[in-house]
Write a protein that binds this ligand. Structure first.
Ligand code: HEM
Length: 486
């Protein structure tokens, strides 16, 4: 439903005030509150754009000449009295700015925030909290639409028909929709079930125990590079049957991937994809050459697994393992954030030392408040409305997990870690058909890593409050954290 807003004003140089009706919808009102966007509307045969009276708004009107600036007064009580308006000399100038529908307001042109702004990246949690309060359904050039509110995100997760996970590049199973997704998910679930975790736990513990001497070599340690990353990536290598020393290549690959995602560097992304395929193909070839004596590990398991009575292709295996490797970047981020919290909250650290059974709930709750993974994406398959915003079919929608998990509408005292909190609404691992497939492995590895650190120390603290350096989008983990161990 569109609101009708009466206006009157002067076109610069004209003698008589112009009056008319501006068609606007909730986007319009919302943008007025934003104070920095440009929108377009039609009056008779004229196309007009309005911008709010700040420099940023005018700057946003790319390609529109300032000489056509006009002033209008908008009359509804809830709108500011004066806004600047642009009178566009010709329709041609406006046409490229229009969406396919060519309607009055262009969703494509306005921008509510810049996800790559230094102010956002320097404190992601605070920035996303602020967006959730200020503009829970926000548009940006980098991400298209982003959702910050728990309820909106859960509504999206509940409707995978309207919000597709399909991706341009084959991604199994996260880039698949129903019905294709289910058979892949069912087959792959078997590799990550409770039984698989029981078999893997002793190996995982050994990797943690072997990593600890390197952190006990001195009283202070930069724990991300000394323990967290090697542990999580060696665990992955052990889990899938790769030589443990591959972990360092995987670390380089993960870091490169994160940078490419932030800079939207497609060429770098493609070269990293080729590099990753190279790692996997090497392992596949080793096993293929073993013929009937092929070793029995998870990579071999994937080589013989069938979906819809067809073996997974090499490309499929590359895609699957690429996801699992990315998941281990998130595991490393999660371990770092839990250690950081325990270093900053020594009383809780001590309680968990005394009662390690508290650890699983503590991990999930600490990571609810300080999430390791910023977001995942969907594509609207039809025109939808979220929080009063019209979102056109084909738009990208980014689900901001970190913001949803700190939503005060959903969680009492949302920013506080409360171990007795009902975990049902925690979206740490997502929800719905795409809920994290590696959830058991992630929880196991995070628990084992932190248990090992607790077991080998009587106390750990930050050497300085500003010692942790954060990673930035798409991660929210730690790049560095120096601890004093005793
Ligand atoms: C603390 C660590 C982790 C966190 C917080 C995490 C979080 C998530 C979230 C939020 C989703 C939902 C994505 C969406 O709805 O689009 C997801 C999906 C997924 N995760 Fe994780 N993840 C973690 C570790 C892992 C690990 C270790 C693996 C692999 C072994 C993994 C494999 C996957 C896969 C394959 C999916 C897609 C599932 C599907 O589409 O059906 N994750 N994860």
């Amino acid at each position: 439903m569109r609101d009708l807003i009466h206006f009157e004003g002067f076109v610069r140089g004209a003698q008589k005030p112009a009056t008319g009706i501006v068609a606007a919808d909730s986007v319009f009102r919302h943008e007025i509150a934003r104070q920095r966007s440009v929108h377009f509307f039609t009056i008779g045969d004229r196309r007009l754009a309005y911008v709010l009276s700040d420099e940023t708004g005018i700057m946003a009107a790319k390609g529109i000449e300032e000489r056509s600036l006009v002033l209008f007064r908008l009359r509804p009580k809830h709108l500011p009295n004066r806004v600047r308006m642009l009178l566009l000399p010709s329709l041609e100038q406006v046409a490229p700015l229009y969406t396919a529908k060519g309607e009055t307001l262009s969703d494509r042109q306005h921008s509510d925030w810049d996800p790559r702004d230094d102010a956002v990246l320097s404190d992601q949690r605070r920035a996303y909290d602020e967006m959730r309060d200020r503009c829970p359904v926000a548009r940006s050039d980098f991400l298209d639409w982003s959702l910050f509110n728990h309820k909106h995100i859960k509504d999206v997760l509940a409707d995978p028909k309207a919000y597709s996970s399909a991706s341009r590049h084959r991604a199994i199973p996260n880039g698949m929709d129903e019905p294709e997704h289910t058979p892949y998910r069912l087959v792959l679930d078997q590799f990550l079930d409770v039984k698989a975790m029981t078999v893997f736990e002793p190996h995982c513990r050994r990797i943690a125990a072997d990593s600890v001497p390197s952190i006990r070599a001195s009283d202070t340690v930069e724990i991300v590079s000394a323990f967290i990353e090697p542990f999580s990536l060696k665990s992955l290598c052990a889990f899938i049957g790769w030589p443990l020393d591959t972990w360092d290549h995987l670390r380089g690959w993960l870091h490169g991937n994160q940078q490419a995602a932030l800079s939207s560097d497609r060429a770098a992304g493609m070269s990293l994809a080729a590099e990753y395929a190279g790692f996997v193909m090497k392992e596949i070839d080793v096993r293929r050459n073993e013929g009937v004596d092929m070793r029995n590990d998870l990579t071999s398991g994937l080589m013989t697994a069938e979906v819809n009575k067809t073996r997974l292709s090499d490309d499929d295996i590359v895609s699957i393992l690429r996801n699992w490797t990315a998941g281990h970047g998130t595991v490393a981020a999660g371990i770092g954030l839990v250690i950081l919290f325990l270093a900053e909250h020594e009383e809780l650290q001590q309680q968990i030392r005394n009662d390690p059974a508290m650890l699983p709930a503590a991990i999930d709750e600490i990571l609810r408040v300080d999430g390791p993974l910023v977001a995942n994406r969907r594509t609207a398959t039809r025109d939808v409305q979220i929080g009063g915003q019209e979102i056109a079919a084909g738009s990208k929608i980014t689900l901001m997990w970190i913001a949803a998990n700190r939503d005060e509408e959903t969680f009492d005292a949302a920013y506080e870690v409360q171990l007795d909190r009902d975990p049902a609404e925690n979206l740490l691992f997502g929800w719905g058909i795409h809920v994290c497939q590696g959830i058991r492995l992630a929880r196991l590895e995070m628990r084992v890593a932190i248990e090992a650190l607790l077991a080998q120390t009587t106390r750990f603290q930050l050497v300085a409050v500003d010692s942790p350096k954060r990673d930035i989008y798409p991660s929210n983990g730690l790049a560095e954290m120096t601890l004093r161990l005793s």
